[in-house]
Every structure is written in structure tokens, then in C-alpha cells.
Design a binder for this molecule. Structure first.
Ligand code: ADP
Length: 191
């Protein structure tokens, strides 16, 4: 049960939980946002292509993102499992991921959705802005990211639910509490 996707709006805590689950489960956490930011910082070709989208809070085009994830999942450390944080985020990315895994004779084991209400999300992101100084944590861009999530990514919840892969977990509370809920959702078979 180690090929996992974390789903949830910006600020839900995917990145934090992905790292903790990675330690517990012994598979890499793969954050598309982190990979994009690292490439922007290093000024790579990928970073140059992605920067304007990141700064605006919009999704990087699927063609760019899919290729990046394909390369990352082909690395040996992801052969036995992974925790994807921030991918897939569009219906096209869902199909691409399925193809990538099928080509390797694998499939997703579970999709974990972390939920939180909008007020809490905005509060967390605004606080993070003052700590980390991320260029997309400004008020306007935070709002855009929430809208883009609602339009393009929220529909993935229903899609994965229909496939019986989805488990939803309350993202409110202390970090270790949420981790425990996620591990519990992984252990349970019933939806
Ligand atoms: P958050 O979930 O808090 O918005 P992320 O670090 O996951 O932050 O993503 C930051 C930005 O990286 C997104 O706003 C988007 O521009 C880009 N990005 C990350 N993942 C994807 C993806 N799967 N498809 C397209 N763009 C992405």
C-alpha cells in the first residue's frame, strides 16, 4: 500500500504530511511544487518555463508537468512506492499518471484527501508567507490558487471516490494527529 497521492487545497498540509508519511512508510515524498521551486531557484530551463505560472498561482501546463513527473517516477527510489504531493491536479494528469504506472505494471493504491475550511487555509497560508516568503503566498495569489483548486482539482475527489481509491481525512488539529488519521485511513479497507 505505498503508491499514494495526497489531495487537498493549498494550505491543507500536504507537504508537511507527505514528509512525515515518507519517513513512516519508507518511500519518497515527491512534491511537484518543490521540484518547480528548486528549478526556478537554479534557473534551469524548466524553472524558466514554470516561473510565470508559479508567481501567478496558476497551474504549469500539463505537458511540462507530466514530463517532469514521468522523469521523477522513473528514478529507482520510486520503484517500490511514492507519495505524490501536488500531482495529479487536473483530469489530464490523472490519465497520464495512470499511463505511467500501467507502463511499469503498477497502479495507485490510495488517494488521501486532506480537508480544511477556507478560512483556516487562508490563515495558514498568510502565516506561512511571513515565515517562508514564498512568492505565491500573497493575498491575491492565495485567492487565485484556491479558485484554481476548486475549478480544476476538486473534481478529482469525485473521480477517485468513484474508483474506490479515496479516503478523506480532517486536516484540522495538531500535525501528529493528522498524520495518525492518515495512517489510519491507509490501514482501513472500508471507504
Ligand atoms: P500549494 O498546494 O500550497 O499551492 P504547491 O507547492 O503544491 O503549493 O504548488 C505551487 C505551484 O506549483 C502551483 O501553484 C503551480 O503553479 C505549480 N504546480 C505544482 N504542482 C502542479 C501540477 N500538478 N500541475 C501544474 N502546476 C503545478
Amino acid at each position: 500500500m505505498t503508491r499514494l497521492v495526497l489531495l487537498g487545497p493549498p494550505g491543507a498540509g500536504k507537504g508537511t504530511q507527505a514528509k512525515l508519511l515518507s519517513e513512516r512508510l519508507g518511500v519518497p515524498a515527491i512534491s511537484t511544487g518543490d521540484i518547480f521551486r528548486a528549478n526556478v531557484a537554479q534557473g534551469t530551463e524548466l524553472g524558466v518555463a514554470a516561473k510565470e505560472y508559479l508567481d501567478a498561482g496558476k497551474y504549469v501546463p500539463d505537458s511540462v508537468t507530466n514530463e517532469m513527473v514521468r522523469d521523477r517516477l522513473a528514478q529507482p527510489d520510486a520503484a517500490e512506492g511514492f507519495i505524490l504531493d501536488g500531482y495529479p491536479r487536473t483530469a489530464d494528469q490523472v490519465r497520464e499518471l495512470e499511463d505511467m504506472l500501467a507502463a511499469a505494471g503498477a497502479k495507485l493504491d490510495r488517494v488521501l484527501e486532506i480537508t480544511a475550511d477556507t478560512d483556516e487555509l487562508v490563515r495558514r497560508l498568510t502565516r506561512r508567507a511571513s515565515i517562508e516568503g514564498r512568492s505565491d503566498d500573497t493575498e491575491d495569489v492565495i485567492r487565485t490558487r484556491q479558485e484554481v483548486y476548486a475549478e480544476q482539482t476538486a473534481p478529482l475527489v469525485a473521480l477517485y471516490s468513484e474508483r474506490g481509491l479515496l479516503r478523506s481525512v480532517d486536516g484540522l488539529g495538531e500535525v501528529p494527529e493528522v498524520t495518525a488519521r492518515l495512517l489510519g485511513a491507509l490501514a482501513s479497507d472500508a471507504g
